[in-house]
Design a protein around this ligand. Structure first.
Ligand SMILES: Cc1cc2nc3c(=O)[nH]c(=O)nc-3n(C[C@H](O)[C@H](O)[C@H](O)COP(=O)(O)OP(=O)(O)OC[C@H]3O[C@@H](n4cnc5c(N)ncnc54)[C@H](O)[C@@H]3O)c2cc1C
Length: 260
């Protein structure tokens, strides 16, 4: 149930002459929620107990998480607004993609503001000539693969959770998959990242083309497990498809024979 629909948070229900139940949305009494609703509107913030329970876990075995308000921003500006609201009210925030992580990275401690990127799911631009695509962090890995299927390019990292996991999660966990044995893990395929830092500043780490001057902060951010800020746009490097794919079945009598 969305925040605005909860009777215990200021929503008034009354029956009109037609018997229709009308809902009147009122301003939340909790100051943090009030600020988050100000940023996202009432339909994209929830502090319902079911949502908070759901977003207190991820794919890991870690239990005991406690989510605060769960937010669904759609733009970088809205992520900035969520981060600033958390900061003003002395609350931590936790970025979250699809929640398939196995290391507990999005399991929240002490009621942080949950910044869920699943609505930031647009493939913004694909530059075939330069082999770069700008995507939002909530793009599902397999959706990007399908989007590129008609071209001769692909995004190499292919975790076996790829039908659910997001590119933002792949970046934060520096994820890998079978193709990464040949092409390298996610850090080798991220050219640049737009990041909202913990004070609400927006920075772009890395360069779309070539190497950036100075410290490789892009390299530090990839694999940061959500502790260094929220990735809001990602420039991924695309890999040329092999000209031909064939499957070989080789039979060895001894394991050692395969190594010689
Ligand atoms: C069945 C299964 C198979 C899997 N197979 C693989 C595999 O083959 N290879 C592999 O590497 N992993 C695998 N995983 C683990 C997991 O799917 C990957 O780590 C994946 O990249 C996580 O993506 P997510 O969107 O679910 O991220 P989440 O679980 O939501 O988050 C993971 C971490 O990323 C952070 N995060 C998420 N979005 C952002 C953002 N926009 N900005 C900053 N931080 C962010 C979170 O805070 C958290 O720390 C598997 C998991 C499952 C359940």
């Amino acid at each position: 149930m969305n925040y605005a629909d909860r009777p215990d948070h200021g929503t008034t229900y009354h029956t009109g002459q037609t018997g229709v139940v009308w809902k009147r949305r009122r301003v939340p009494s909790d100051p943090l929620l009030r600020d988050l609703v100000e940023v996202l509107g009432p339909d994209r913030v929830t502090d319902g107990s079911a949502a908070r329970r759901l977003y207190s876990r991820d794919g890991s075995v870690i239990e005991g998480g406690r989510a605060g308000p769960v937010c669904f921003p759609e733009t970088t500006g809205e992520v900035v607004g969520c981060v600033q609201a958390a900061r003003v009210h002395g609350r931590a925030f936790v970025p979250r993609g699809a929640g398939t992580g196995l290391t507990g990275g999005s399991v929240p401690c002490d009621d942080p503001v949950m910044i869920v990127t699943t609505r930031m799911n647009q493939i913004l631009e694909v530059d075939h000539r330069r082999r770069v695509a700008w995507v939002e962090p909530g793009v599902v890995n397999l959706d990007l693969a399908r989007h590129l299927a008609e071209s001769d390019l692909h995004f190499a990292p292919d975790p076996s959770s790829q039908q659910a996991c997001t590119i933002g999660g792949n970046v934060a966990n520096n994820s890998g998959g079978p193709h990464c044995l040949a092409y390298g893990v996610t850090s080798a395929h991220v050219a640049a990242v737009e990041v909202v830092l913990s004070d609400g500043t927006v920075v772009v780490l890395g360069e779309e083309q070539g190497d950036s001057v100075g410290l490789d902060l892009r390299g530090a951010f990839v694999g940061g497990e959500g502790t260094l800020g929220v990735a809001t746009k990602i420039a991924v490097r695309l890999t040329q498809d092999p000209p031909k794919v064939a499957t070989l079945l080789l039979d060895f009598v001894e394991v050692a024979d395969a190594a010689t």
